[in-house]
Design a protein around this ligand. Structure first.
Ligand code: FAD
Length: 314
């Protein structure tokens, strides 16, 4: 007979790993399904300074390694697969993956978000040839070169600071005057002499022959355009885009209540609009998308799933 899990956790970012830890410790029959590498988005950050107990040297990779180890210590089952389809109604729910179909009493959705594209001419052509969405992954390729960071949120500002360790000069291009980034990071960036600012501008085109050689920026106030060229000596430049997030919730459209951006709506117990289906981390509608809130959601979702099973005698 096919095994019915108590809980299936979709995604092994901080939210999923925290849910997995709590499920393991509670001795639930739990399965975590991850389509890529463990750790989700924190794998692309080199320094996590704002997670309690983390010190400046804590990278996303080292924090993830410890979280995964802790889950395994408590016996969590983990598979690498992509969830393609779900059936959420009823006492037994189905999770259909590329390689297997699983049955479960409860589901915790912890699928996180993806970064948004710049949406300018030439972007597709130069991804991996000068355009990057991950400073930790690609900063070293731009050692001694000028780098342009697009965005005005926490990721953009924190990664701009990080990039100054490699690039000769970092210029932040932001389409507004004000920033969404936290004040502490912004102050740190403003004090950094290697960070320059191009405000009220957006990148409309990226050009080059094989590698990025120039960018065209538009002043959003009057529509005037300027082309910024790499010097003859450099020959190229780096573009790092951190302009926003897209919730990875496509799978659940029409099945769960979501806001207009596609974030899943839940109550304070992480309960979604369908009984026995919980959500945790960045893919849920919330104020703050950080590791500290993702792990909190994950813990609450597992405890709520456990309670739901008890109460429904499921
Ligand atoms: C560059 C950068 C720097 C950051 N720096 C910090 C920082 O310093 N401090 C901080 O607190 N936060 C930081 N954050 C934010 C933090 O990374 C997120 O808040 C956190 O990772 C959210 O965790 P999550 O588990 O909700 O989602 P994610 O980390 O997005 O993980 C979701 C996981 O689900 C998997 N998944 C998605 N769909 C499926 C599917 N269909 N099947 C199977 N698996 C699936 C994904 O592969 C992924 O591994 C940063 C983010 C970025 C991008």
């Amino acid at each position: 007979m096919k095994q019915i899990y108590d809980v299936i956790i979709i995604g092994s970012g901080p939210a999923g790993l925290s849910a997995g830890l709590y499920a393991g410790r509670a001795k639930m029959k739990a399965l975590m399904i991850e389509k890529g590498q463990h750790g989700g988005q924190i794998m692309s950050t080199n320094s996590i300074e704002n997670y309690p107990g983390s010190i400046a040297e804590e990278s996303g990779e080292s924090l993830t390694a410890r979280m995964v180890e802790q889950c395994k210590t408590f016996g969590l089952e983990i598979v690498q697969d992509t969830v393609l389809k779900v059936q959420l109604e009823g006492a037994v729910k189905t999770v259909e993956c590329e390689n297997e179909v699983y049955e479960t009493k409860t589901i915790i959705i912890a699928t996180g978000t993806n970064t948004k594209n710049i949406g300018c001419v030439g972007e597709e052509e130069f991804v991996g040839r000068g355009i990057s969405y991950c400073a930790t992954c690609d900063a070293a390729f731009f050692s001694g070169l000028p780098v342009y960071v697009i965005g005005g949120g926490d990721s953009a500002i924190e990664e701009a600071i990080y990039l100054t360790k490699f690039a000769r000069e970092v210029t932040v291009i932001h389409r507004r005057e004000g920033f969404r980034a936290n004040k502490a990071s912004l102050d740190k960036a403003r004090e950094n002499p290697n960070i320059k600012w191009l405000l009220n501008r957006k990148v409309v085109e990226i050009k080059g022959d094989g590698l990025v050689e120039s960018i065209v920026v538009e002043d959003v106030r009057d529509g005037s355009r300027e082309e910024i060229h790499a010097s003859q000596e450099d020959g190229t430049m780096g573009i790092f885009a951190f302009i926003g997030l897209i919730p990875q919730t496509e799978l659940f459209k029409g099945l769960l209540d979501m806001d207009e951006q596609g974030y899943i709506i839940s109550d304070d117990k992480m309960q979604t609009s369908v009984e026995g289906v919980f959500v945790a981390g960045d893919c849920r509608q919330k104020l703050l998308r950080q590791v500290v809130t993702a792990v909190s959601d994950g813990a609450i979702a597992t405890v709520a799933a456990e309670k739901y099973i008890e109460e429904t005698n499921n």
